[in-house]
Each structure stands twice: as structure tokens, then as C-alpha cells.
Design a protein around this ligand. Structure first.
Ligand SMILES: Nc1nc2c(c(=O)[nH]1)N[C@H]1C(S)=C(S)[C@@H](COP(=O)(O)OP(=O)(O)OC[C@H]3O[C@@H](n4cnc5c(N)ncnc54)[C@H](O)[C@@H]3O)O[C@H]1N2
Ligand code: MOO
Length: 411
């Protein structure tokens, strides 16, 4: 990462995404793969339904026997048996008889219509039928939904609830997909305290590791929140080494600017495999990225200011996680919205402005919320979107169209 000039946001995203490779796929239990792309093309190994079955509780009959049934001229048939879903016995139906049948049960051989129980007297030994079904009515035929060999899922499609349901319905218990990236999240800062413990007059609670772990989990990753790590270079180095065994990616917050105790920068710069520089964005200017340890585990170092940390996660870590999961697009697509209120924007920095996004009868609209300070977590929590103002733009007029990242949405 060059330090003489600021990188653009696009350059830094590309640098990260191009240095990472998708994790190796393996067969996972179905539910573990929720939200991940499938890494195989899946064809149906069987027909669905796999046998002709009834769509109604009622009576399996010969259509020709009941075609004349009406309230005035009911048809009476002897009931010669019963079929419930899950029963293995096979029944062949003789003309002039009926079989009581439940929804999902196999249709007896010979039957070509189901009379719903509501059109009958519900009889056990014999049945009185007062309305005729059409031929084939309420029979669900083998293969009418899916046929053996049909492509169920294309390689790369996302495994949502419906897709997982389909795989289960054809008997699959596992599916090939990439594992969720394991993200280790560490906060640095001597002033940090764990929530739930006592706070000194000059200390603050560690908000970032919770926020980043939650964001990583929302992105589909497994988040290991280490919490607060010492500002001592030796202890930080040891803590990092200890964590690498369970990390596909390490994310740190704090310790990357120009202060005397910026431990992340101090320790990692020496390795020569992590570079630090500045990105022309606000918030989120100081950034670092590289690889650490024997397995060259990727590490992204985020600035400590909470809003900077969060925005940097959204802009840089989210694409990294999606790259590892093999999910496209890497970056959250921007949407256009009408900005209800004007504001000024710092020159030469791509601005990420906290905002409230909504859609009403007139279309998409967005309103900035709170101040610009990177410490304003209260304001950040009111936002559901970030307005992205290009580096060359220094003022946004109320009523103009802007580009927006709508947060917390799957894409
Ligand atoms: N002389 C300069 N000072 C600073 C510059 C600069 O260019 N020149 N850049 C500023 C910007 S921009 C940012 S962003 C921060 C980044 O600093 P660090 O990454 O080194 O972060 P810290 O100094 O450790 O902390 C900054 C700020 O955030 C608070 N913080 C840190 N970690 C947490 C946490 N886990 N939970 C809640 N709050 C946290 C910390 O107390 C500080 O207030 O540097 C500026 N300075
Ligand atoms: O860039 Mo800092 O991240 O503005 O607050």
C-alpha cells in the first residue's frame, strides 16, 4: 500500500479482494450452508412427487363410477380399505368400490379421481357421494413437480431456505459449499474496558469488538470476538499469534494512526507483510492490510474511532468476507435516492454520511442523521444507510439524487 499518496476506496477494496481466494469447499450439513453459494451443480436424483398421491382427504374412486353424482342423485359405493400417508401396503381398487384416502397417501392402482370428504357423508363401510370430481382431480402425479435429471440448482446459486428445502425433498443431507470464514476480532487501546466491568474516569467501554463481531456474523461469517488486547507490543504480538490457529481473517480496531501507542501499526509494520497507508475517505482514513503468520493469514486493521471502524468494515471487510465465501457481488450495490437535505462534504475524500433511507409513494429518499464526528455512535445507531459522496463533490444540494448504501440488507 503506497504511503506517499492516499489510495482511493476502489483501489483499497481491489487490493484486498484480489489478494484473497475463496475458501475451499466441502460437503456440509444442509443448515450449515444457509446463505452460502452452492459449489456444485445439482440434478434431481429422483422424481417429485415420487409416487402418485392424493391432494385431499377423501375417497379414491373410479371416475366413471361417480361422474353422475349429485345432491339429488347421490352415488353409493362400498368402502373396501383405507390408505393413510406413510402406509406401505399397496391397494388395487376394483371398479364399483372406494378406498378412504388421506392427503399424501399413494393413490390405489386403478383409481383416477379423489372425492374430497366434504362431497360425501364421510362413511366408513360405505360412502354416499353427492358431487362428482373431474377425471384425475386431486391426484398429484409422480414427477409433475421435478423429474429425475432436472437441474435443481446451478453451481454458484445461493442456498436460501427454499433451496435447502428442495435439496432435503430429494433426499440430500449434505451440500458442497464453502465454509463460513472464521473472523478473529481484536480491539486495542489501554483505555478500553469490557462492558459489565467498572469504568475509570479516563476509560471507555469496548464498543468496536461487539459491533464488528456482529457485523461479521450478519455478513455470514463466524466471528470470534477476542475483545480487548494489550497495547504492549510483545503482548499484542503473542495474542495475535495465539489467535491465528482459528482465523481465516483477523480484523483489528485501533492503533493504526500516528500516536505514540499505536501498537497494531508498530508490531505489524516490522513484519513487512502488512502495509499501512491512508485511504481518501471519511471516516476511515488510516487503513492497513496484509498477511501474518506461517499460513499467511490475511489481516485488516481498522481505525479505532467507532464510526470509522464500522464504515471501514462495511467498505473493506464485507467484500473480503464475501470473496472468501465466493459470494458475488463483493461490494454492496448502491441505490439512488433523493436527498431531502443539503450538506457540505470534505474535499478530496469520499464521504460516507450516516443517513436514514426510506421508500414512499414518491420513491427512494434519504436524510442525513447526526454529526460528522467519528466518535458519534449514538447517531450511527439511528442510521440505516450511508450516503456516498464522491471525493470531487464538496456540496450536496437538498432535492438532488445521491448514491446510497442501504445497510443490513442481504445482496
Ligand atoms: N495526528 C493525527 N491524529 C489522528 C489522525 C491523523 O491523521 N493525525 N487520524 C485520526 C483518525 S481519522 C482516526 S480514525 C484515528 C484512528 O486512530 P487509531 O486507529 O490509532 O485508534 P485509537 O487511537 O486507538 O482510537 C481512536 C479513538 O477511538 C476510540 N476507540 C478505540 N478503540 C475503541 C473501541 N474498541 N471501542 C470504542 N472506542 C474505541 C479511542 O478511545 C479513541 O478515541 O486517529 C485520529 N488521530
Ligand atoms: O478517518 Mo477517521 O477514520 O476520520 O475518523
Amino acid at each position: 500500500m503506497p504511503t506517499d499518496r492516499l489510495s482511493t476506496v476502489d483501489e483499497h477494496v481491489e487490493r484486498i479482494v484480489e489478494s484473497l481466494v475463496p475458501l475451499h469447499p466441502y460437503d456440509q450439513p444442509l443448515l450449515e450452508a444457509l446463505g452460502l453459494p452452492v459449489c456444485e451443480s445439482i440434478s434431481a436424483p429422483m422424481d417429485l412427487p415420487s409416487f402418485d398421491n392424493s391432494a385431499m382427504d377423501g375417497y379414491a374412486v373410479y371416475y366413471d363410477d361417480v361422474v353422475s353424482a349429485s345432491l339429488d342423485h347421490p352415488v353409493h359405493l362400498p368402502v373396501v380399505g383405507e390408505m393413510a400417508a406413510g402406509q406401505t401396503k399397496h391397494i388395487a381398487l376394483s371398479p364399483g368400490t372406494a378406498v378412504r384416502i388421506m392427503t399424501g397417501a399413494p393413490v390405489p392402482q386403478g383409481s383416477d379421481a379423489i372425492v374430497p370428504i366434504e362431497w360425501t357423508d364421510g362413511g366408513i363401510a360405505s360412502v354416499r357421494i353427492t358431487q362428482a370430481p373431474q377425471r384425475d382431480q386431486h391426484v398429484r402425479h409422480r414427477g409433475e413437480d421435478v423429474q429425475t435429471g432436472d437441474v435443481l440448482l446451478e453451481d454458484g446459486s445461493i442456498l436460501g431456505p427454499r433451496q435447502l428445502g428442495l435439496l432435503a425433498s430429494v433426499g440430500r443431507s449434505q451440500v458442497r459449499s464453502r465454509p463460513r470464514p472464521r473472523v478473529v476480532i481484536m480491539s486495542t487501546g489501554a483505555e478500553l474496558r469490557e462492558p459489565g466491568t467498572a469504568l475509570g474516569h479516563d476509560s471507555i467501554y469496548d464498543a468496536n469488538s461487539y459491533m464488528l463481531a456482529a457485523a461479521a456474523r450478519s455478513a455470514g461469517a463466524i466471528a470470534y470476538r477476542v475483545g480487548i488486547v494489550s497495547d504492549d507490543p510483545g503482548e499484542f504480538g503473542d495474542a495475535l499469534s495465539d489467535q491465528l490457529v482459528r482465523a481465516d481473517l483477523v480484523v483489528t480496531s485501533g492503533g493504526v494512526s500516528k500516536g505514540a501507542y499505536d501498537v497494531v501499526k508498530e508490531v505489524l509494520s516490522e513484519l513487512g507483510t502488512v502495509s499501512f497507508g491512508e485511504v481518501a475517505m471519511q471516516p476511515g482514513k488510516p487503513q492497513g492490510f496484509g498477511f501474518v503468520g506461517e499460513d499467511a493469514t490475511p489481516i485488516i486493521t481498522l481505525p479505532g474511532n467507532p464510526v470509522s471502524s464500522y464504515v471501514s468494515f462495511e467498505v473493506f471487510v464485507l467484500p473480503a468476507l464475501r470473496r472468501m465465501m465466493g459470494r458475488l457481488p463483493y461490494r454492496r450495490p448502491m441505490v439512488r435516492a433523493l436527498c431531502s437535505q443539503g450538506f457540505s462534504s470534505a474535499p478530496d475524500r469520499e464521504q460516507y454520511v450516516r443517513a436514514q433511507f426510506g421508500i414512499d409513494g414518491k420513491g427512494a429518499h434519504v436524510t442525513p442523521v447526526g454529526g460528522h464526528g467519528s466518535h458519534l455512535l449514538g447517531d450511527l445507531s439511528e442510521a440505516n444507510a450511508l450516503i456516498v459522496v464522491p471525493a470531487a463533490v464538496t456540496s450536496v444540494q437538498g432535492g438532488s439524487q445521491v448514491q446510497v448504501l442501504v445497510l443490513d440488507r442481504d445482496f
